[in-house]
Write a protein that binds this ligand. Sequence first.
Ligand SMILES: [Zn+2]
Length: 264
Amino acid sequence: MSTGTTGTSSDTARPLDEVNLGGHGFHVVGAHYGAGDKASLHCPVCFGELTLLADGGAGRRFRHLIAYDEERCPLSTLSYQPEAPSVRRKRDAALEREQRGAFLENWQRHFQVMRRAAPSLTVRRFIYLVGYADVMNLWSYPSIEQHDLPYVLLTLAQFMRAGAMGGRPVWVRFCFDATVRDVGDLWTHRGPQARLFKMMYNAPRETPFPTSRQLIHYETVRRDTSFLETSPPWMKRADVKEFQRFAAAGRPPVDAERADTGTS
Ligand SMILES: [Zn+2]
């Protein structure tokens, strides 16, 4: 897959074969993280302290200094259910109406931005994600920036199949750096903008979803903050109809039991 059209910049593009991962560390490439004072290296994703494992022909490999970070960070976790930011907000019907309404009004623009980052995203999956946001009261955060919402939805999607790379099926997942513990941190955090990462994986063999063992590479996604001012994209009629049917059905009841992101 070409990354040139996804609005991303690659931090490391070296494929890591499954056998090279696990206890063998990961690459953190880039002047900011890969060079400088070794004693103060921090993971770009979880901010945990790093330690240099190897500095050979294959580049510098790192692992987290602390086992707790190593277990939880997407770059090293052996869990196929890595932590995602929480969405904890009580429902505020007025805010929801206003902010969900603004999102729906621009849904094609939001969808297009998500597609740019994850070309395999379908309208059906997009609908699942909006439905999931409904159940989780995402729209009730008071300081939502609408232009962040497509990226938030991508992180809520967790693992998605993403077509094939070199004839092999791949998966994708998006996550923010450690400044975003709860989705609301995106809009209350002071300091530099949280980084969003796109992680590509080989298909899992033994687990339902990939772990860091299947991580092929990851990159920083440059977030478009002005797409809402552009004209809406052309879309297939069938996709538009499908979304309109969903939108016309209104918001699901508050006590919807299952929060389904349509995973995989
Ligand atoms: Zn980390």
